[in-house]
Design a protein around this ligand. Sequence first.
Ligand code: KG4
Ligand code: ZN
Length: 329
Amino acid sequence: MLVLGIETSCDETAAAVVKNGHTVLSSCVSSSVHLHQRFGGIVPEIASRFHLEYIIPVTTAALKEAKASFSDIDLIAVTHTPGLVGSLLVGVSFAKALSLGLAAPLLGVNHIHAHLFSPFLNKKRLTFPFIGLVVSGGHTSIALVRGVESIRIIGRTRDDAAGEAFDKVAKIMELPYPGGPVIDTLARTVKDSPFHFNCAQFEDSFDFSFSGIKTDVLYTWQKLKTRTRKTKAQIACAFQQEAVNTIVRKSIAACRYYNIKTLCVGGGVTCNSLLRERLIEEGGKQGITVLPAEKRFCIDNAAMIAGLGYHLYKKGRRSDYTLSACATR
Ligand code: KG4
Ligand code: ZN
């Protein structure tokens, strides 16, 4: 069964063809990030207009790469929630039109749920139960997953998302957007740091908070008399260490609390080299298998939408043409 996935929830216009829920035949992503860079963050209107322009060429490229044609597609799976509503609407409207034109079934997929299952792309099958961690520019969630239809969010951020904190810390230090990869690279240029930052911990909860640490970085930065590349790197290193340690501690604590031995991780921030290393290291100590998504499936992509779409379809899920975009869910 060939599923065409469509993803337009934020600044990536993506299309993918996935066979039987796992085998990724193509995954094409076109990002408008370069258009947002000078604003230091995503401008929703620019993102929507970019999706409109690129959705057809990206979909055509995905079909070509998969050596498939529109008539080979058995299901159209599209992100319909959560995200920027104008951006989501482009993908949803496009998917509906395709579904109608091709007489192929349509299915709306939750973007965060798709990130949770992204580690199973190009694997043979799904395994349950697992704890899922999604850390990206828009979300920071821990979920207890017992099946494709049994997903319970047990922890979330109470303010900024993890990626948003990376982006804002970079902005404070006048580093380019998106800040995550820049901080990751910069932090690696120093061995340790004289700076120290703390994240709120909320004992007895799997929730996160990243706004305090961001403000802490801001005040530290404002008080600095000299701002060299080295001080930037030391701040990046101390911030990253605390953010990563907090994410690792919470995720492993969730696995231990529910006595679950598999931790699936996805979302843009899981491209972070320290986070990947530390999750595997700590998981190993506790007998927990950590399954990180391939880096190309950590960032927003449509293969994860097609993948989860397939498994939901097999459970009997369908959408009709009343499917709409929803910013929050
Ligand atoms: O999943 P994604 O592509 O989009 C959202 O759904 O938000 O994630 C983008 C986020 C950005 O905030 C970016 O700074 C962050 O992921 N990111 C990273 C790294 N690569 C991307 N954060 C930390 N370290 C990285 N290497
Ligand atoms: Zn995402």
